[in-house]
Design a protein around this ligand. Structure first.
Ligand SMILES: [Zn+2]
Length: 94
């Protein structure tokens, strides 16, 4: 007998199924430039490997201010999706 594995994560005090969360890559200006399903990584360092393959490049990006964060689906829809669609205001500041 197999039981489906359902993991929960706590973000800002609220429990979310990990499968509904997304790892998001943020540029130094706070603009989201990519996302991956929450189940693809156990922490931000692992998530980074999905976007930037070499350790040296990841270290350089980190120094530059690139960050990875796990976000709930609601936040993704509200704050990340506009960035990925090019509809956010982050790029205007550049
Ligand atoms: Zn943006």
């Amino acid at each position: 007998m197999t039981t489906p594995l359902l993991l929960f994560v706590t973000l800002d005090g609220v429990n979310h199924p990990l499968a509904s969360c997304r790892w998001v890559r943020y540029d130094p200006n706070g603009c989201a430039t990519g996302s991956a399903p929450g189940t693809t990584a156990v922490d931000a360092d692992t998530a980074a490997t999905h976007f930037t393959s070499t350790r040296r490049d990841r270290a350089r990006e980190h120094r530059r201010g690139v960050r990875y964060r796990l976000v709930a689906l609601e936040e993704w829809r509200e704050h990340v999706k506009p960035c990925l669609l090019g509809e956010c205001t982050h790029q205007n500041a550049a």
